[in-house]
Design a protein around this ligand. Structure first.
Ligand code: P6P
Length: 339
């Protein structure tokens, strides 16, 4: 009967968030409404991504579609959908998107108290070869929703109220933390609902995988080079780690979250601040990883302590299993000590 009860007692993401909400009596359902609009965006993008190949086949993408309109690139389309969904939720007052140079201030009549930072379609360069891509988002509270300013989005990761991502892969999975651990929800396309499939995700304390673009090895600093060397030629007699690198952050981080190990996008001589963006890649993924019992480190500090000065700031990032991050922190500390 338990299995039957489980099967019919659908824990959708909305119901799950409402349960969470009930722990905060002062909350007025605003967060649930905001989240439902993010979920709407994810459902739309999931469908569009899965059809992208077909559209290309039919010659729609990149030329003109059946309405004769120029077919938008998927990342532009995804961005428009999320911006409109977030504004129409009536629960946001300022947005920062990877696709927009400047922050988007919501019109006064539709302002709410939340600020959302997001990458609508991270890794979109991988779509044409059907590699998984994803949406990444983080949620802050505005200081004064009637007078939103850039400072409302340029907040430290320590102020994040919630963060998550949606992976458009072999299944469409939304991973979310609202500050009480991490939960994974899989889209059931037959009913259009995200169902709780991975409750209370915990990243293994140590992993057997390292994930980085070895093609940058020539440009790495000494601690990163030493760490990757130790993954390949362990000095303690342990087995070498496996290298897994998809080149799509949401996919690489999601595998790290579930299987353990470490994801590295370090600074290098070409990119002294690394490649990944603080606000809508590094901070949300660091928040999720810490909430799952892992760590996130920049080479200098705990990643969530980063305070961006500009919307598109970059930072090096090392995130994943607690013990694996401890090892790279020790190497950076040792280098610091010799300076
Ligand atoms: P590289 C995709 O373009 C992206 O922004 C992330 O999704 C991914 O982790 C990274 O860049 C890959 O960068 O330099 O290894 O191709």
């Amino acid at each position: 009967h338990a299995a039957e009860a489980q099967r019919t007692d659908l824990m959708t993401i909305t119901r799950h968030v409402l349960n969470e909400q009930s722990k905060h009596p002062e909350a007025h359902g605003d967060f649930t409404i905001l989240l439902n609009h993010i979920v709407l965006g994810c459902k739309f993008v999931c469908n569009a991504v899965q059809k992208a190949g077909l559209a290309k086949l039919l010659g729609l993408a990149g030329v003109t579609n059946v309405q004769g309109e120029a077919q938008k690139k998927l990342d532009v389309l995804a961005n428009e959908v999320f911006v409109k969904a977030l504004i129409s939720s009536g629960r946001t007052c300022i947005l920062a998107s990877e696709e927009n140079e400047e922050a988007i201030v919501v019109e006064p009549l539709k302002r709410g108290r939340y600020c959302v930072v997001f990458d609508p379609l991270d890794g979109s360069s991988n779509i044409d070869c059907s590699v998984s891509v994803g949406t990444i988002f983080g949620i802050f509270m505005a200081k004064d929703k009637e007078n939103p300013t850039l400072d409302d989005v340029l907040q430290s990761g320590k102020n994040l109220l919630a963060a998550g991502y949606c992976l458009y892969g072999s299944s469409c999975m939304l991973v979310l933390s609202t500050g009480n651990g991490v939960n994974g929800f899989t889209l059931d396309p037959s009913i259009g609902e995200f169902i709780l499939t991975h409750p209370d995700i915990k990243v293994p304390s140590k992993g057997k995988i390292y994930s980085t673009n070895e093609g940058n090895a020539k440009y790495w600093d000494e601690p990163t080079a030493k760490y990757v060397e130790s993954c390949k030629f362990p000095k303690d007699g342990s087995l070498p780690k496996s290298l897994r690198y998809i080149g799509s952050m949401v996919a690489d981080v999601h595998r790290t979250l579930l299987y353990g190990g470490i994801f590295l996008y370090p600074a290098d001589k070409k990119s002294p601040n690394g490649k990944l963006r603080v606000l809508y890649e590094v901070l949300p993924m660091s928040y999720v990883m810490e909430q799952a019992g892992g760590q996130a480190f920049t080479g200098n500090q705990r990643a969530l302590e980063l305070l961006p000065t500009k919307i598109h700031d970059r930072s090096p990032i090392f995130l994943g299993s607690y013990d694996d991050i401890e090892e790279i922190k020790a190497l950076y500390a040792a280098t610091e000590a010799t300076k």
